[in-house]
Design a protein around this ligand. Structure first.
Ligand SMILES: *Cc1c(COP(=O)(O)O)cnc(C)c1O
Length: 391
């Protein structure tokens, strides 16, 4: 039985998979089982933020694996508080962290905290077209019918507002509203960037109405946009922030970052995670932060991103099928007037991996340390695909 047959027989069919089996990754290059090399401009859906198997990250993980893999949270471990400090130092300056293993879990933790803060009564507002995860609470916040369909009754007390529309948000706020959760840049929803004016107005509104503002930075966090967190480009701060994807460099870990005002809202026993913040996950994530600092990847992303968007805008001028190019840092969406599938498959044929979301938005999330020559080559291949499909 080959790999794809074994999947078919033993693994639940919850994914649409591309017919590619990968056996090795080094930096931004993936090698398939047939020995073909691919430039990966969408590493791990944004999780492999330092590319594949960064040698220093691999070493940190294997060293911790030899020392102590897991200790539950009723005991202390050496690594977790060091990671928590690093997250707080790079974000709110003051506050605390709860550790879990994935994005959806960090959103669940945020939701429970908002509910607990509202003494169990408050309603929560999320944005249309958002993506917050697949567990039932996060799925209810994910305001897209296509993800919610087929699972019966969802969580009560959730309202949806239009992303970028302050008037609509004001309309959805009621006396019992305790929190708003939103992505600063909607990722899965099509790389939708909100304006500075809007986000600042949302912050001011939340201050005025004493509503918690939570940013889901699961996709945008930990350097993706050229800032530690996307909100830092907007001059506002959240009360809560959800992290996962890039923070482990491919190792599963998530976190809820909490400002000081939530002191004492969650008491011992009210929330927990068996694996959350284990020594090995914390060591991986701590190393990701260190590497981003040491290799000065944030300014690198900000400057290389300018070049990348310039190239993408040139493509837009050449190929009228491109309706829009948007994003920030190393998070780009190329909006087509056509289904994106053809482009994804043509790219594969030419040894390039990119993603398509919302049917028509090609999504590029390069590793923060992608060599300039590899990024260039990837973008040249992308251009070749446009020529082949639409030229
Ligand atoms: C991917 C994603 C999630 C869900 O993360 P999982 O680790 O897959 O549970 C939540 N929010 C955003 C913004 C995401 O991009």
């Amino acid at each position: 039985m080959n790999t794809q047959e074994a999947y078919k027989k033993y693994v639940l069919d919850t994914y649409t998979r591309l017919p590619l089996v990968f056996v090795e990754g080094k930096g931004s290059i993936l090698t398939s089982s047939s020995g073909k090399k691919f430039i990966d401009l969408f590493p791990g859906w944004g999780t492999s933020i330092l590319g594949h198997s960064h040698p220093i990250l691999s070493r940190a993980i294997s060293q911790q694996a030899r020392t102590l893999i897991h200790i539950p949270n009723n005991l202390y471990n050496l690594v977790q508080p060091r990671l928590a400090k690093k997250i707080i130092d790079t974000s709110l300056g003051k506050g605390k962290v709860f550790f879990c293993n994935s994005g959806t879990e960090s959103v669940e933790a945020a939701l429970k905290l908002m509910r607990a803060y509202g003494k169990g009564k408050g309603t929560v507002i999320s944005m249309k077209n958002s993506f917050h995860g697949r567990t039932l609470g996060a799925l209810t916040l994910t305001a897209q019918g296509k993800h919610q369909k087929g699972f019966g009754r969802l969580l009560g007390g959730i309202k949806y507002a239009r992303f970028g529309d302050l008037k609509d948000l004001k309309k959805k706020i009621e006396p019992g509203t305790c929190g708003i959760i939103m992505e600063v840049i909607q990722g899965e929803g099509g790389v939708n960037v909100c304006s500075k004016d809007y986000l600042q107005a949302v912050r001011a509104l939340c201050n005025k109405k004493k509503i918690i503002l939570a940013f889901d930075e699961v996709q945008t966090g930990v350097g993706r946009t050229g800032y530690w967190y996307a909100y830092q480009a907007y001059g506002v701060k959240p009360d809560l922030m959800c992290l996962a994807k890039g923070m482990g460099g491919g190792f599963p870990i998530g976190a809820l970052v909490v400002s000081e005002k939530f002191k004492g809202v969650l008491k011992p026993g009210m929330h927990a995670s068996t694996f959350g913040g284990s020594p090995i996950a914390s060591a991986a994530s701590l190393e990701v932060f260190r590497i981003i600092e040491k290799e000065k990847l944030l300014p690198r992303v900000r400057s290389l991103s300018k070049k990348m968007f310039k190239r993408l805008l040139e493509l837009k001028r050449k190929y009228p099928v491109i309706e829009d190019v948007r994003g920030m840092g190393f998070m780009a969406g190329i909006v087509l007037k056509d289904e994106g599938k053809k482009m994804v498959n043509t790219a594969i044929k030419h040894g390039l991996l990119v993603n398509c979301t919302q049917g028509k938005v090609l999504r590029v999330l390069p590793a923060l340390n992608v060599p300039e020559s590899v990024l260039d080559k990837g973008l040249r291949i992308l251009e070749k695909c446009f020529k082949e499909v639409y030229g």
